[in-house]
Design a protein around this ligand. Structure first.
Ligand SMILES: O=C(O)CCC(=O)C(=O)O
Length: 339
């Protein structure tokens, strides 16, 4: 029996800007957009062409002895290679030159010029290749945040994580499986920061992660030419079914001042969320002044108040606020568990 139901990601064809802006983006659900023009990269980006046009610029890559990368045990190494040498190696299964072993796997997530300050931008780091990839004009130019090369060995699996910006993942060569989970399933994913500790999503350890089966699994296989819309906060896990080249474009979905300015990756929580989490830590620290049974009592009431006030699928969210906010009495209704 299947562990989780597999829900196919909706597929759209003949998508133009209006359709994306008015119908697809507002649903806040992932979507595969097939047939949107990506430019000549689809025909041009052979290994030879990428190597020749990309040149010998140094790139920082992940190198792993096994295809499933593990951020918990850090089973990979960061290494540096000239881009043309990297492209040659990543496209082959066995390597005559290698760092760890002859069948090691590679992954490139391109970075900005000043890694700590600047987001990646293909047109700055790889101008000779950027002209072949046409960024879909589905958002305003001033919302653009970054364009990132994603180049992976066949089989390479990247752990489940979320980003805080909207994202179009363009698949240029090779097929890629993408599994996604809704932000509402965050509690079933056993997070460590922005990543899920459940590394093997196909055969998870259910003793360690019993609630993982409750997460709804959305899935698609991207083909060359597909764009996958990954709304901010949606978790995604990618597996390259073949040697793959892709580019993803992040843009600011919220007003620009909502984001952390010191975030070159687009994965730091919005400033208001960070402030709220800090305030929660302070509140918990304050509760430590009380004995355990009082902490339990007030802790439970705080949990309920947070659920009532914030959960989107709680029909009482808004109307029950007034009473609780005024601090006059306990809320009278049970909250609805989001599942
Ligand atoms: O395609 C990949 O390998 C990962 C993509 C990703 O994490 C992203 O687009 O945010």
């Amino acid at each position: 029996m299947e562990l989780q139901e597999r829900i196919p990601v909706s597929l759209y064809t003949a998508v133009d800007r209006d359709m994306f802006v008015q119908q697809i983006c507002p649903q806040r659900r992932p979507a595969v957009l097939r047939g949107v023009s990506m430019g000549p990269c689809l025909e041009k980006w052979t290994v030879q062409y990428l190597a020749q046009r990309g040149g010998d610029k140094e790139v920082k890559i992940h190198v792993s002895p096994v295809p499933q990368m593990d951020f918990l045990r850090k089973n990979f190494a960061y290494k540096t290679l000239p881009f043309n040498e990297f492209v040659k190696r990543v496209s082959e299964r066995k390597h005559s030159d290698f760092f760890l072993c002859e069948d090691e796997s590679y992954y490139l997530r391109s970075l900005g010029e000043d890694v700590r300050k600047e987001p990646a931008d293909l047109s700055k780091q790889f101008p000779g290749l950027a002209e072949d990839f046409h960024v879909p004009q589905f958002f305003e130019p001033d919302q653009f945040f970054s364009s990132v090369f994603r180049i992976s060995s066949c089989g390479l699996q990247l752990w489940t994580h979320y980003d805080v910006m909207d994202n179009l993942l363009g698949q240029v060569t090779g097929m890629k499986r993408v599994v996604l989970y809704s932000p509402q399933d965050a509690l079933h994913l056993y997070l460590s920061g922005d990543k899920s500790q459940v590394l093997d999503i196909d055969a998870p350890d259910l003793k360690q992660f019993p609630d993982f089966v409750k997460a709804k699994r959305y899935e698609c296989v991207l083909e060359p030419g597909d764009l996958l819309f990954i709304p901010a906060l949606w978790f995604h896990n990618t597996t390259a079914l073949q040697f793959g080249v892709g580019v993803n474009v992040f843009w600011r979905h919220l007003p620009a001042d909502s984001y952390d300015k010191k975030d070159p990756y687009g994965n730091k929580d919005p400033l208001a969320a960070t402030r709220a989490l800090q305030a929660l830590e302070r509140a918990l620290h304050t509760l430590d002044e009380l004995p355990a049974d009082y902490r339990d009592f007030y802790g439970r009431r705080m949990v309920q108040r947070i659920q009532k006030r914030t959960y989107c699928d709680n029909q009482f969210t808004r109307q029950s606020n007034t009473q609780e906010d005024a601090g006059t009495s306990l809320p009278s209704r049970q909250f609805t568990n989001p599942g």
